[in-house]
Design a protein. Sequence first.
Length: 134
Amino acid sequence: MKLKRRSQPPPQETIVSLIDVIFFLLVFFMLVGRMDATAPFEVSPPVSTAGESLPKGGTTIAVADNGALALDGEAIERPALLARIAELLAAKPHLFVRINAHGEARLTNLLPLVTALEQAGVGDVVLVVTPNPA
């Protein structure tokens, strides 16, 4: 009696090892690759100078959390503020301006103010910050 052995089907290719390789490549490129856009030129961010005393003189503009403005401690509207800054610049061309903004002040209130000051001719504008008491 002759018994025939069953022919074994060829082993099926497993895809598990391919999936492992793909995930290793994915993790590698996520760790190595940059996710942000890089500028086509060198960008050096500003350096904080905490602890240094601000120069004496000049003027201080306060920005409240609701966008209200004050010049040297007195509430003032934006057009009047810019007119007063123009007067101060006429008297002293190298005017030093400090901006003391509330921590909750919106950037949409602060940036147009800085732009208007630059257009008026103010050369030195400093944003006053308070370090976090950690």
